[in-house]
Design a protein around this ligand. Structure first.
Ligand SMILES: N[C@@H](CCC(=O)N[C@@H](CS)C(=O)NCC(=O)O)C(=O)O
Length: 215
């Protein structure tokens, strides 16, 4: 199995961490959707996005949620990080929906600031997205039940939230330091210290060095 995409992408990294947790071996192909590797990536995904998981028979799974769905089915309901049925499943999925929505908004701001010249940045759009990021994270911070976000054990909501929080802290340190989310920050610290996270360290991007230093 080959996991296509650099660990700089939080969508790639949440898949990679999950594969480490499940003990599923894979070859990592560290490709970016922008710049030189774009053309090669389009061989795996016609719209050149990451992640892609190429299975041993050549089938290509596209989109982190679809990949995680396949991985959950592979390990079975006892080990799957998203519960198979019922209220537990609904709770994890609703926490994941907010977590992914927050990430979409954060990425929208990063792209606006990276790909458009500064004089064309649309400040009201950036402010609206940042408000959604803030509101989403604060809401998630209030959802914890003990050590975990969605119940008595670690779920995919915890893995994804920790990965996305670490990504945000690295990309927008000033903005994230102003968010009052102590439970998420503690979760991310705790999970980043575990072996599956340590085995998949966030890679730096070659394209976006200017973003990594912005507030
Ligand atoms: N919904 C997708 C989002 C993936 C995504 O946004 N990937 C980014 C990298 S972080 C990408 O490939 N961006 C290039 C593009 O959108 O053209 C998933 O969960 O896999």
């Amino acid at each position: 199995m080959r996991l296509i995409g650099r660990y700089a992408s939080p969508f790639v990294r949440r898949v990679a961490v999950t594969m480490q947790i499940y003990g599923i071996p894979y070859e990592h192909v560290s490709m970016m959707p922008f710049g030189e590797s774009r053309e090669a990536l389009a061989e795996y995904n016609p719209i050149a996005r990451v992640p892609v998981l190429e299975l041993d028979d050549g089938e290509k799974l596209i989109d982190s949620a679809a990949i995680l769905d396949h991985l959950d089915a592979s390990v079975g309901p006892e080990r799957a990080l998203i519960p198979a049925t019922g209220a537990a499943r609904r709770r994890v999925l609703s926490h994941l929906a907010i977590t992914l929505g927050v990430m979409d908004k954060l990425v929208a701001v990063l792209y606006e600031r990276h790909f458009r010249p500064q004089e064309k940045w649309h400040k009201p759009w950036i402010a609206a997205c940042e408000e959604q990021v803030r509101d989403g994270f604060v809401w998630l911070d209030g959802q914890f039940e003990g050590d975990w976000l969605s119940g008595g054990t670690m779920s995919q909501a915890d893995v994804s939230l920790a990965v996305f929080w670490s990504f945000g802290c690295a990309k927008r340190p000033g903005f994230f330091s102003r968010l009052d989310c102590p439970r998420i920050a503690e979760l991310a610290d705790r999970l980043e210290a575990t072996e599956p996270f340590r085995q998949t360290p966030r890679e730096t991007e070659t394209l976006s060095t200017d973003l990594s230093t912005t507030a």
